[in-house]
Design a protein around this ligand. Structure first.
Ligand code: NDP
Ligand code: 2IT
Length: 444
């Protein structure tokens, strides 16, 4: 059995009931085969793959908090510090009832390669809790965030591990967590990113993931002889990534006709009204059913269905495995040209293969959503020098990073006889720097 297959088998055996983690590991290790074969003796001797798939540390803790009625609740908190070969641990915190250890491990594993691809010195990690922020009062959110940070603060620091936002964790939650960290540790330092602008946050961090997604999509199309202007797009999700993806897409001349949340989706033939979406999701924290009040010509559908619409570009920006084989078939039947992932692992493996086989340009999330963590790393730089850069400066750096990621992974794919396979390119390019650092740092 090949070294890659041995390690995949071991991951499945030793991490039962963690299907998303298995999926992420399989996808990455499959891509690495040619590079592993080239270096098999060296990698085996240093147990590179075994170390790569085993987190350096996994922290699991109790998060007790009291609701507005005086009732106590207990949630589970996680931080998986996966790999620090190229920099301090870095990655978001997900607050969603579906969170479990396997989900956090898949996200932390992906983060290693994504962070490496940014070219910035950040290692891979992820955290979160099965806490559901929906329908909670601000005081309840604060109570949860303070309790979560009371435990997490023992394990993080500006030069050790720097969490940030993800599903369910936005500016409000980061603010409460930062306040509690500062109170307990007595340190005003860049321990979290995605902070508010009044206490060390970076301009353009809010927009970064969505904007970055469009910058790399534009570059991918350009390098394949296509122009992004004038295209139509379907976006899923209506959170941080989706909103700013739609905003930038429209600025580049793309007509985005859909948005969704976990209860339904909207089709707006005139193009999604971003101001309305921000009002509904960022201000009112309401459901997409409200959208029709702003746009009478739009149609609301309960359930899922954004991938059934005829578009040129699909941008999944909600959650993992939300774009299935049946969705990929529908997109291809409707003539889709490109799929670029704003979310982490939103496309199932079968769907990815189907899209690639049918000539659809496919950009994996670890490359296309790297703009968020890249600007997080720029926030860390600004905090270290105690300066704030202008929006234009950060945005220009973000664009430069996304364009560079595209060319870096495009070259890596070509080098290993997989021209145009950006999944292989992203995994190899991300891994190359990490393995270099692991090999020279000894067996740790
Ligand atoms: P938000 O919480 O802001 O928004 C998430 C959106 O996805 C909401 O519209 C939500 O709907 C929808 N959603 C979440 N879970 C499900 C589900 N199980 N089924 C259907 N819809 C769902 O999160 P973000 O926009 O920050 O994150 C979206 C994705 O992007 C995630 O995969 C995240 O890991 C990834 N990502 C985020 C980055 C960031 O900087 N924020 C950076 C890189 C990747 P509802 O409100 O109804 O739950
Ligand atoms: O998945 C991700 O890259 C994020 N949620 C952002 C992580 C970060 O540290 O900014």
């Amino acid at each position: 059995m090949s070294y890659v297959d041995e390690v995949i088998e071991r991951v499945v055996r030793e991490n039962p009931a963690e299907p998303e983690f298995h999926q992420a590991v399989k996808e990455v290790l499959d891509s690495l085969r040619p590079m592993v074969e080239e270096n098999e003796e060296k990698y085996r001797r240093d147990a590179i793959l075994e170390r790569l798939v085993n987190p350096e540390r996994q922290i699991k803790f109790r998060v007790p908090w009291v609701d507005d009625m005086g009732q106590a609740h207990v949630n589970t908190g996680y931080r998986v510090q996966f790999n620090s070969a190229v920099g301090p641990y870095k990655g978001g915190i997900r607050l969603h009832p579906s969170v479990n250890l396997g989900i956090i491990k898949f996200l932390g594993f992906e983060q290693i390669f994504k962070n490496s691809l940014t070219g910035l010195p950040i290692g891979g990690a992820k955290g979160g809790s099965d806490f559901d922020p929906k329908g909670k009062s601000d005081r309840e959110i604060m109570a949860f965030c303070q309790s979560f940070m009371t435990e997490l603060q023992k394990y993080i620091g500006a030069n050790a591990d720097v969490p940030a936002g993800d599903i369910g964790t936005g500016a409000r939650e980061i603010g409460y967590m930062y306040g509690q960290y500062k109170r307990i540790r007595g340190l005003f330092e860049g321990v979290l990113t995605g902070k508010g602008l009044s206490y060390g946050g970076s301009l353009a961090r809010t927009e970064a993931t969505g904007y970055g997604l469009l910058y790399i999509t534009e570059e991918m199309l350009k390098c394949n002889g296509l122009s992004i202007a004038g295209k139509t797009a379907a976006v899923s999700g209506s959170g941080n990534v989706a909103i700013y993806a739609i905003e930038k897409a429209q600025a580049l001349g793309v007509k985005v006709v859909t948005a969704s949340d976990s209860t339904g989706w909207v089709y707006d033939p005139e193009g999604i009204d971003v101001a309305a979406l921000k009002q509904i999701k960022e201000v009112e924290r309401a459901r997409l059913t409200e959208y029709k009040k702003y746009r009478p010509n739009s149609v609301y559908h309960p359930g899922r269905g954004v991938w059934s619409v005829k578009v040129d570009i699909a941008l999944p920006c909600a959650t993992q495995n939300e774009l299935t084989l049946a969705d990929a078939e529908a997109l291809v039947a409707n003539g889709v040209i490109a799929v670029a992932e704003g979310a982490n692992m939103p496309t199932t493996m079968e769907a990815t293969e189907y899209l690639q086989k049918n000539g659809v340009l496919f950009m994996p999330g670890k490359a296309s959503n790297a703009g968020g963590v890249a600007v997080s790393a720029l926030e860390m730089s600004q905090n270290s020098e105690r300066l704030s850069w202008s929006f234009e400066e950060v945005d220009a750096k973000l664009k430069g990073i996304m364009v560079e990621i595209f060319h870096h992974l495009d070259e890596a794919a070509k080098k290993y006889n997989s021209a145009g396979n950006y999944v292989v390119g992203a995994n190899i390019a991300g891994f190359a720097k990490v393995v270099d650092a692991m090999l020279v740092q000894g067996i740790v």
